[in-house]
Ligand binder design. Structure first.
Ligand code: PLP
Length: 391
């Protein structure tokens, strides 16, 4: 039965295995947190996106537990049929108020939000401009829309300006990550917004790694730069990273959100999020609103880590966010470095091509407000004794 398919897939997998690119999962025997149990070992991890330590926070768990009692487990239908429950409505309104936007829509994941928004807005007469390092979901959304996709060099405003000026398209959409997930740097949003205004292009920011973390109020990169809905009309905030739950909110002006509700297929043709998740996400937003202290803690951790790395001369990349990659170069060096760290009880992912360009393999350290200073020191010590000698 289907020998052709079996042989085809076996060949593809063998190729991947030979190239050393096979991905494998690990089973966590504990909740997400700085220390996780894998097999019979407790490892100190610097890989998760749980930047505020909310994934296993008792406040959120309690809110979710109560919500399950009040609202049950499932929503039972899509939002536009009859699965839009009070907790969904309240989460959307809370986020709109929090982010200074007219309206927000709740999607089941960030991936679906990005596919849905781009596909809903764009068609063959649109031209989409995306940063080379944008998240896969933003690229896939553009492909799905059938619009012409142009990719500009990472954070290169001059390149983008040339492409915009040369575009004959009647409608232009510029899309960028707020914080770039593999590099940890931020997009130059004020300049991007000005460029978009000059070319009458719509700007969309996917702030998956910024919301909850960056900015004086935890509003993300827009908050960091002090930008409003007029300057950045489309904001995507995911709920599965700093906010410790799951899902995504898209916020923007009325004229835009009304259209998204009608045309975003990933919003329309899917079951609404479980209402208890919406309650937990709202509790997470409230935590962020009052979470100035944990953001300060996180920024202190980042500063401490950076100082330690720079003092020992590690090739740390330029980043002000909790994503702190160390560029080691060769893929095999990155893999060996990660292996040595794991031997010492530390989990840090090696990121290799094709996820990053050839020769730019890195250790991608992510810090969380839940890490203690002593834990960051343990990482610095292991980097000094086990990784530095490799470089
Ligand atoms: C994680 C991520 C997404 C996807 O969000 P999910 O809610 O995990 O589907 C989208 N964009 C960026 C930049 C991300 O880092």
């Amino acid at each position: 039965m289907s020998g052709i398919w079996q042989a085809h897939l076996a060949d593809r997998l063998a190729e991947r295995e030979t190239a050393g690119l096979m991905r494998r999962r690990r089973v966590l025997e504990s909740p997400q947190g700085p220390e996780v149990v894998i097999g019979d070992r407790t490892l100190l991890q610097f890989c998760s996106n749980d930047y505020l330590g909310l994934c296993a926070a008792p406040e959120l768990a309690e809110a979710m537990q109560t919500a399950v009692e009040d609202w049950g487990t499932g929503s039972g239908a899509s939002h536009l049929i009859n699965g839009h429950l009070r907790p969904h409505e309240e989460l959307e309104q809370s986020f709109a108020a929090f982010s200074g936007r007219d309206q927000a829509l709740l999607f089941s994941t960030g991936y679906m939000a990005n596919l849905g928004v781009i596909e809903a807005l764009c068609d063959r007469s649109t031209e989409i401009f995306e940063d080379r390092l944008n998240h896969a979901s933003l690229i896939d959304g553009a492909r799905l829309s059938g619009a012409r996709l142009r990719r500009y060099r990472h954070n290169d405003l001059e390149h983008l300006g040339l492409l915009l000026a040369a575009s004959p398209a009647p409608r232009k959409l510029v899309v960028t990550d707020g914080v770039f997930s593999m590099d940890g740097d931020m997009a130059p949003l004020p300049e991007l917004a000005a460029l978009c205004a000059a070319h009458d292009a719509l700007l969309m920011v996917d702030d998956a790694h910024g919301v909850g973390v960056m900015g004086p109020r935890g509003g993300g990169t827009l908050d960091w730069f002090g930008l409003s809905q007029d300057e950045v009309p489309i904001l995507v905030a995911t709920l599965g990273k700093a906010l410790g739950v799951s899902g995504a909110l898209v916020g923007g002006p009325d004229w835009l959100m009304r259209a998204l509700m009608q045309y975003a297929r990933t919003y329309i043709y899917t079951t609404a999020h479980p209402p208890a998740l919406a309650v937990a996400a709202r509790a997470a937003l409230e935590y962020v609103r009052q979470g100035h202290a944990s953001r300060m803690q996180l920024q202190m951790m980042v500063a401490h880590f950076r100082q330690g790395c720079l003092e020992m001369g590690l090739p740390l990349m330029e980043s002000q966010t909790p994503i702190q990659p160390i560029r080691v170069g060769e893929a095999r060096v990155a893999i060996e470095a990660a292996r040595r760290l794991e031997e010492s009880g530390l989990l840090v992912p090696a990121i290799r091509p094709p996820t990053v360009p050839e020769g730019e393999a890195r250790l991608r350290v992510t810090l969380s407000a839940a890490h203690s200073m002593a834990q960051v020191d343990r990482l610095l010590h292991a980097l000094r004794t086990r990784v530095l000698p490799l470089l």
